[in-house]
Every structure is written in structure tokens, then in C-alpha cells.
Design a protein around this ligand. Sequence first.
Ligand code: AMP
Length: 399
Amino acid sequence: MKILVLNAGSSSLKYQLIDIKTEKVLAKGVCERIGIEDSLLKHKTTGQEEIVINKDMPSHTEAVSLVLNTLVSEQYGVIKSMDEISAVGHRILHSGEDFKCSVVITDEVIKICEKNIKLGPLHMPANVMGIKACRKVMPNTPMVAVFDTAFHSTMPEYAYMYAIPYEDYEAYKVRRYGFHGTSHKYVSSEAARYLGRDIKELKIITCHLGNGSSIAAVCRGKCIDTSMGFTPLEGLPMGTRSGNIDPAAIEYLMNKKGYNISEALDYLNKKSGVLGISGVSSDFRDLVAAEKEGNKRAALALDIFSYNIKKYIGTYAAAMNGLDCLVFTAGIGENTAEVRERVLAGMEFLGIQGDMEKNREKNNGKIRDITASGGRVKVLIIPTNEELVIARETYELVR
Ligand code: AMP
């Protein structure tokens, strides 16, 4: 059984074709510049060089068609016909309070996703477009929506509520939702599997550290708190996002810089974070290189990022009344030893002790245990695989 996983952005469409029996990726790629001139498809089948196809894609419908044609093409394809695709799993940003898990897509589900565009105005329009385009091109193939927020739907009320007037929460649904749910779910269950323990016995903190970063407290298999909030702007400082900031400082900055609210949000989303602090880059490889050359602000950006991770670990260990396992994942979590080293330093009181030599070993794409001997809390680096979670959940719902 083969599952096509789609992740539609405003001008892009990422895809992976996964054989669910072997969980192997048969082909993957991305359509870029959809709706813009010079659109192109980058496609890679396992063991082959990436190929680039330049083709006009005025909308996501043409992009889905091009992906399918490429997957079945004689030259670059991996399947004989579209019928071999048993189902399509769509990555959808926001479930609102309407869905607590993945669902088979129906007209009703599409309507609810459209209603929730207001909760994720940057991503949801494209997500819905992706569903509709796919329906047009493959009307008889079952489809499933897998939500980035759903894993966090188990948070208790006292963790997801903001302290604003309750009636405004009720009227406008302003609350913490959390994101990167598929990743937190995947790495927490991988941690339990790796440790040979039942996840229901474990208290795990998962640190998804990438361009966007979030941390989750996974207590006995359920998320009880997470750092991102109503939007992915809350929580840790990130590549270009500020993360937590006193809301009153925003008004002050707006007055000083003459910004309106959308300019202020642009500033907090795109010009802040480690890019804003360092003035060097949002990419942690550049920050590490700049720090080695003596750049003080790059070092400061790495310090601020790591210090904030530490604070969340302390908070969530307290929230769960203990900790068994700490997981690092995503681009920075899997690759940037300099961040992990800073996070792990001085955490012995919590039972967290990292082996700094193991921490420095290169990423081999596998799970790595970097717990120092005597460390009570297991410290693991686990490569995330959000597409595989989407494929698995799609399969579970349609089989
Ligand atoms: P992600 O959003 O998960 O793709 O993570 C992107 C971030 O991971 C960027 O800041 C990268 O600098 C950082 N990173 C550090 N080392 C690597 C690496 N070897 N490969 C990919 N990303 C890396």
C-alpha cells in the first residue's frame, strides 16, 4: 500500500510517496514558485540524482497533476499508475478545537478547515487549496487530514488558557494550541520504543529545534503543555521569530519605530530571533561558525536560545513532577552540538547529565543516546519524521 503525503504552502507543494509496509520513501520532492513565474518541480527517487522539471504551475491543481505525472512517468516514476496510490495524507496546520486527531476528509471537514483559516491565515489557505486541488485531480482516492495541533489537544484547560477574560476565549477561541504536534508525537513514541518502555510509564520532554522551535511535555504519552501558543510566534526565540516578549514592549517599539500592527508582527516574525540578536544569520551553522571567529553577538544568540530551552525543561519537569527522558530533534536538535552542550550544562540537579564526547559525535541519521554514565534522565537525539507519522495515520484511517 502506497501513501502520498502532501504539505501545501502558499507557493509550494512538498510531497513524499511512502510504502507503508516497509515505511520506505519511494520518491519525494517539492513544487516551488506555484502561481509565480518560473515554477519548477524538484523530484528525487531513492538512489537517484535529484531532477528538476521547469513547468508552469498557475495553481496547486497543476502542481498536484505534475507530481502525479512525474510519479507515474517512465523516466522518473516509481509507480505504474495513479491507482497504486491508496490514499493521500495532507499536513494541515490547524485543527482549531474541532478535531483532536487525524480525520478522513469529507465536505464537512473541508468546511471546518475553511472556518479555521482565521486561526492560521498564513498556512491554512494553502492547506485547503492543497486538499481541493488533490480532490480535483484524484477524486476517488481517500484523503486524510493530519493536524499539526492535534497532538496538543490533550493539554488541560489550565495549561492552554491565557489569562484573558473567559468570554473572549469562548467567543474567539484565543488560547494555546501548540504546533509541530506530529514531530513531538513521533519522537516521544520513538523514545519509548528505543528505551523498551511503555510510553504510559514515561515523562518525556521533547525539544523540536529547527527554524521554528517548540518544546512539549509528554506525560505518560499525552501532551500536557507546549511552548508555542495561539500562533507559532510564542515560546522559544527562533531563527527569525522573537518568541516570548512582554506584549507592552510591542506597543513601545511600535511607537519608537512608527510601525502599524502588521509591520510590528512582521518585525517579530521575520526580523527577530537569533537573526535579530546576532545580525549574522538565522541559520545555526552560520552562528556556530561566526562564534568560532569571535563574533560576540552570534555567541549571545546561541546563549539566549539555549538558556530559554533550559528554562522550559525546568518548567516542564516541574509540571510533570519528574522527568525520565529528554529528546532533541529537528535540524538544530539533531545537528548542533553547541546548543545541546549549553542546554545540558548545569542540569545535574534534575538528573540530566550529557556525555559531552558523545554529544560531539556526528549525526548518523539514527537515534543516539548521549546520556552520561550515572545520568538518571535518558538524553536522546532522535531524527524526526513528520511525513512518516502522516503516512501512518492516513493508513490507519483508510485501511
Ligand atoms: P529545520 O527547520 O528542522 O530544517 O532546521 C533548520 C535549522 O537546523 C537551521 O538553523 C540549520 O542551521 C540547523 N542545522 C544545523 N546543522 C544542520 C545540518 N547539518 N543540516 C541541516 N540543518 C542544520
